[in-house]
Design a protein around this ligand. Structure first.
Ligand SMILES: *Cc1c(COP(=O)(O)O)cnc(C)c1O
Length: 387
């Protein structure tokens, strides 16, 4: 069966070149980077190269990149580390209602430990208003954490404006950049972030590896203590193969982002336009806000997201919906409810996320099969009356 993968915001296929770059690390170059002999020093130099590639992707210096086990750890490190380092100064954190669970659940956990968290609302298009950040500041605010691009609807937040506000107020600023990295140009100096999270498997690298940008001079309590790896920021023998794969994926992203994302944006726009013209009663979430070029989140009235995902899967198409079926209960996405959708509406949402490896044929196949699927599901819906 033909397989089309349009769930790249969940994870991306690893690039073959990345696998090739990783192979020698899994075989002959197995040394421990902390060892002083040739095996160790060779592994260490491969890490140094990879660190440079990751740093260059966001205009950071190599010494400001700390490798972690992924985006989740980078978010935890930034938020928990800052909460711990700054607790003598205050216990107030500002975030938004549409963060990834790695940020949201971390902030909720800190609330239980006595920190105060301001959860900023977003517009109906999923954008944070920088003025609301300014208004939420108070003596005792120690951290602002606002994601760069949203994983569900793809909206890009005004990070540069928020960065200016954070700088003026002398408050640390973290941004979860897992979805923006490799898709839009990033310059951490211009954005004025102190901390920026990234994840390899969202940019065609391997899973289980990510990084946190930590601006030079920033004091951050480590999550992991031990042998003092990563300049005492993150102990534990390095995931050398993962780091090398991430480095190669970052290098390829930097080299081809402009052409890849221009093409991906055209395909996404083609997909949205074709679906809108072929299917009644659908609309695009976050359509009027700045968005990533690869993401579309569509609301399909009179159809269940879960049913759409399953029907598409039977046709070989992988996408996701805005409801997470956990322990039998259907929880609507907190992002879709934050942009004003009812739980019913949220259940009818579909996220299609493209990548640099998506082809025109992939998109055309979805345009061909989705209208029929929606029609069939709506025919079963007691609420749907054909106009
Ligand atoms: C995927 C994702 C994460 C988590 O990254 P992992 O490497 O899978 O732990 C964090 N934030 C956002 C926005 C994501 O999309």
């Amino acid at each position: 069966m033909r397989r089309v993968y349009l769930d790249s915001n969940a994870t991306t296929p690893i690039r073959p070149e990345v696998v090739t770059a990783m192979m020698p690390v899994l075989t002959e170059h197995f040394g421990n980077p902390s060892s002083i002999h040739w095996f160790g020093q060779h592994a260490k130099s491969m890490i140094d190269d990879a660190r440079q590639h990751v740093a260059r992707l966001i205009n950071a210096e190599s010494s400001e990149i700390v490798f972690t086990s992924g985006g989740t750890e980078a978010d935890n490190f930034a938020i928990r580390g800052m909460a711990e380092s700054q607790k003598a100064k205050g216990r107030h954190i500002i975030t938004s209602k549409i963060e990834h669970h790695a940020v949201m659940h971390t902030c909720q956990d800190l609330e239980k430990q006595g920190y105060e968290v301001t959860w900023l609302p977003v517009s109906r298009d999923g954008a944070v208003d920088p003025d609301s950040v300014r208004r939420a500041l108070r003596p005792g605010t120690i951290l602002i954490t606002i994601m760069h691009a949203n994983n569900e609807i793809g909206t890009v937040q005004p990070i540069e404006e928020i960065g200016r506000i954070a700088e003026e107020a002398d408050v640390y600023f973290h941004s979860d950049g897992v979805q923006s990295t490799g898709k839009i140009p990033i310059d951490v100096r211009r954005l004025k972030v102190d901390l920026y999270s990234m994840s390899s498997h969202k940019i065609h690298g391997p899973k289980g590896i990510g990084a946190l940008f930590i601006k030079k001079g920033t004091i951050l309590k480590p999550l992991l203590t031990g042998g003092g790896h990563e300049r005492n920021r993150r102990s534990g023998t390095e995931n050398v193969a993962g780091i090398v794969g991430f480095g190669h994926a970052a290098k390829m992203a930097r080299e081809s982002m402009a052409t890849d994302m221009a093409r991906v944006g055209e395909l996404r726009d083609l997909l949205e336009a074709a679906l809108k013209s072929r299917i009644e009663f659908i609309h695009v979430n976050g359509e009027n806000a700045p968005r990533l070029p690869n993401t579309t989140n569509i609301m399909v009235d009179y159809a269940e997201g879960e049913g759409l995902v399953i029907s598409l899967d039977l046709k070989g198409v992988a996408v996701s919906t805005g409801s997470a079926c956990s322990s039998g209960s259907m929880e609507p996405s907190h992002v879709l409810t934050a942009i004003g959708k009812t739980p019913d509406e949220a259940h009818g949402s579909l996220r299609l996320s493209l990548s640099a490896l998506t082809t025109r044929e992939d998109v055309e196949y979805v345009i061909e099969v989705l209208p029929g699927i929606v029609e069939r599901l709506r025919d079963l819906s007691p609420y749907y009356k054909k106009v």
